[in-house]
Design a protein around this ligand. Structure first.
Ligand code: MTE
Ligand code: LUZ
Ligand code: MOS
Length: 758
């Protein structure tokens, strides 16, 4: 059950876009982009650039045969700037040359004349200036206006959370070449082959059948290639189309960091009301999402923020408003969790602030308000097989919380400078694309005459192990050795109209489609076996471990022979099958429905030690009970949980994206953008919740890709908890990431933390 790619990765044999054997005459493209965040584009001067030896072509908006439009949800994003620029890093032209170096040199020589306009980087400022991506949306439950009088405590505050760089190991890139009849084939590092196909067709003014997109695997994506792999692939295709030559476009790391969008920063206001006993009665929240200069996936991210605004708590009266604000930054995009983490951070902040006011530990409030079976979410869906309380209780028991708390207290009593902190982090994450129509997938399965099996699906392998899961499905349905099963590249000619590999749903959706295709073939095979064995019906036939059984008795008929005979008998050994998640729906008019097939639950406890003199800290441990359903690939799922937790910790603590007032990214390299490394890694312990079977997942498993990221949020509050031990009187700012610098500002800056300094 190891990741199928593991051995190849270790040996350096796995191929990524930049490794594919290149044809003779290959040309290289480099992107020329705006260095100004907002302005009227007056002139593009390519005179010096075009003179450079080895330059084959320079293309701008004027060279687009079709429509200069790459927007997915909202048609508000151009491929190349036309009459204005709206963020630093916005593509203006591409240079195609004999080598990458020449292309880059020429791209730098393109001069761009811009009339500068005021720059807005802050979402609240954008809101004040009425610059919105889409109209705001509000989810309501109960009656928020009537609920406050029932509250003993009412606490208001605000919370900031920062962006996050995807930092996939493989940078954005694509390779395109012309094919017979005026078409183009693109090898792209994308989570969404169909998006690349659709947008290329639009830009080149071609029917979609003339554009073939093929994806072998990605060296990581994390949402950063759900929408934002498209532009580069389209540019490579455009150049290839124009020159009738193969063209490769790979972004250098720094350009990748400058030009692409990131996790959305949010600025939020909350008001939370609780009764004497600590039950949350009401929660009102407004999210200001920093969308950047175009919609990209922001409206969908915004929607998921609303879905997860109450995390794993039941709150009877809720009003949640989300506003997508247009700023002069690169369009922000999908990032593992997709707006969910931002929402959960705010409710956790509200609980933290309420606990502070009430003089109790936040975990008392968390614990009292956990979801129960049948509780209603603000969007109308009710919990089913709710594991919020079970995982919380199991954490208390398994990790001996009383003992941990005692030892933390003892440590803190004996240390003046070092303080330990602890926090609980329950999570609840809905599985399905929130846009119901996207929850579909298909699979194409062939059994070859030698008994080997080929599976194509819409799923893109990006390190998450989906190919191994798909192989498991085929091998289990046929009951054959997994070595017989190969997963093919993700290809728009083989599998059409695909949803992106995203929303943690790809194993469920594509696994179910694969299961159906295999079952179709299996049904034919059983009929054939019944004929061969003279059984009265195929219901007497079972295939187990490559051997055919008749009425429970082993026969001489084995897989290879069965396949050969079936072929001679002209039986169809291929099947295409389709799957669409049943039972889900959502009405955006009333903002109610059942958007999710199911929810993933879990609880983690996080311990940290903070050096309150220097501001540095260590995340000591993350101990979780996670609901994997009935995992089909425990090692892969564990790896996903660990990786997601690390990404969540990084987002909350040391990963800090900084743009200056002019919209320039100051953290555009690994020297200025710090990500967790092996030394940062805490002791991570994860127990699989027992006896969890998920009727809506593939083979009763649960989606795993994104949910565990949100355990990382606990690290923020564990650090706050430690700071509280150092300065019990202080009221800290809620602003993530809590970098060591911000720890010091919180502890020692009067202005920042609004605290009396002795
Ligand atoms: N794991 C690795 N190694 N690399 C990735 O890029 N992306 C994550 C997650 N795990 C990612 C990853 C994200 S954002 C999602 S949505 C899921 O994988 C998508 O894959 P799945 O649907 O198969 O879980
Ligand atoms: N992408 C998307 C996602 O288009 N819709 C979603 O609901 C979603 N959720 C998580 C991650 N990506
Ligand atoms: Mo993941 S953010 O759905 O690619």
């Amino acid at each position: 059950m190891k990741n199928y790619d593991l051995i190849r990765h270790v040996k350096g044999e796995s191929q990524f876009v930049d490794d594919i054997l290149v044809p003779e005459g290959l040309l290289y493209a480099s992107v020329s982009y705006s260095k100004i965040a907002h302005g009227e584009l007056i002139n593009i001067n390519i005179k010096d650039a075009i003179k450079i030896k080895g330059v084959r072509g320079i293309y701008t908006v004027r060279d687009i045969p079709g429509e200069n439009q790459i927007g997915g949800i909202v048609p508000d994003e151009v491929l190349f700037a036309t009459d204005r620029v709206e963020f630093i890093g916005q593509p203006i032209a591409i240079v195609v040359a004999d080598s990458q170096l020449i292309a880059m040199e020429a791209a730098r020589k393109i001069e761009i004349e811009v009339n500068e306009l005021p720059v807005i980087t802050d979402p609240r400022e954008a809101f004040k200036a009425d610059q919105l991506i889409v109209p705001p949306r509000t989810f309501n439950l109960g009656n928020i206006d009537e609920c406050w009088h029932q509250c003993e405590y009412i606490i208001e505050g605000s919370a900031e959370s920062g962006g996050q760089e995807h930092l996939y190991l493989e940078v954005q890139g694509a390779f395109a070449f012309p094919v017979e009849g005026g078409g183009v084939k693109i090898i792209s590092s994308t989570q969404s082959p169909t998006a690349v196909q659709r947008v290329t067709a639009r830009i080149l003014n071609l029917p979609m059948h003339k554009v073939e997109v093929d994806v072998l695997r990605l060296g990581g994506a994390f949402g950063g290639k759900e929408d934002q792999a498209t532009a580069w692939a389209v540019m490579a295709a455009l150049a290839s189309f124009k020159l009738n030559k193969p063209v490769k476009l790979i972004l250098p790391r720094q350009e990748d960091m400058i030009m692409t969008g990131k996790r959305h920063p949010y600025s939020s206001d909350f008001k939370i009301g609780l009764n004497k006993g600590g039950k949350i009665i009401g929660y009102e929240v407004t999210f200001y999402q920093n969308a950047g200069a175009a919609a990209d996936l922001s409206p969908a991210v915004l929607e998921r923020t609303l879905f997860h605004c109450t995390n794993s708590y039941y709150i009877p009266n809720v009003k949640a408003t989300a506003i997508s604000c247009k700023t002069n930054l690169p369009p922000n995009t999908a990032f593992r969790g997709f707006g969910g983490p931002q929402a959960m951070f705010v409710i956790e902040s509200a609980i933290y602030k309420a606990a502070e006011e009430m003089g109790i530990d936040p975990l008392e409030i968390q614990n009292k308000n956990l979801l129960d079976e049948g509780d209603e979410f603000p969007y109308g869906q009710k919990t089913e097989n709710c594991h919020a309380k079970i995982t919380w209780r199991r954490v208390e028991e398994k990790y001996n919380i009383t003992e941990i708390r005692n030892s933390v207290n003892e440590f803190n009593n004996n240390n003046n400078i070092y303080k330990k902190g602890i926090a609980f982090m329950p999570i609840c994450f809905g599985i399905s694309f929130t846009n119901t129509s996207m929850n579909q997938a298909s699979a194409l399965v062939h059994v070859y005459t030698d008994g080997s099996i080929s599976v194509s699906t819409a799923a893109v392998e990006m390190g998450q192990g989906v190919n191994e899961k798909i192989r498991q499905v085929a091998s289990k349905v046929f009951s054959v050795n997994i070595e017989r099963v190969k997963t093919e590249t993700t290809n728009t000619t083989r599998i059409a109209n695909t949803s992106p590999t995203a929303a943690s749903s790809s194993a469920d959706l594509n696994g179910k489609a694969t299961e159906r295709a295999c079952l179709n073939i299996l049904a034919h095979l059983k009929v054939t076996a019944a004929e061969i064995l003279n059984a009265s019906s195929s219901s007497h036939i079972v295939i187990k471990d490559e051997i055919v059984y008749q009425d429970g008795t082993k026969t001489n008929l084995v897989w290879n022979k069965l396949i050969k005979t079936a072929h001679l008998k002209r039986v169809n050994l291929s099947s295409h099958a389709f799957y669409a998640t049943p039972g889900i729906h959502f009405d955006r008019e009333i903002e109610k429905g059942k958007p999710f097939a199911y929810h993933v639950y879990g609880t983690a406890v996080i311990e940290v030690t903070v050096d309150c003199l220097r501001g540095i800290y260590k995340i000591d441990s993350v101990k979780a009970i996670h609901d994997f359903g009935k995992s089909i690939t425990p090692i892969i799922d564990l790896g996903q949980a660990e990786g997601a937790i690390m990404q969540g910790l990084g987002w909350m603590t040391i990963e800090e994206i900084i743009y200056d007032k002019k919209g320039e990214l100051l953290t555009d390299a690994l020297s200025t953008y710090k990500v967790p490394d092996i030394h940062f890694t805490p002791d991570v312990q994860i127990e699989f919740l027992k006896n969890s079977e998920n009727p809506f997942g593939i083979f009763k498993s649960k989606a795993i890709g994104e949910p565990p990221l949100m355990y990382g949020i606990g690290s923020y509050f564990a650090i706050m908890n430690a700071l509280k031990q150092f300065r019990p009187d202080a009221r800290f700012n809620i602003s993530a990431p809590i970098t060591p610098e911000k720890v010091l500002l919180n502890l020692y800056s009067k202005v920042y933390a609004n605290i009396p300094i002795q």
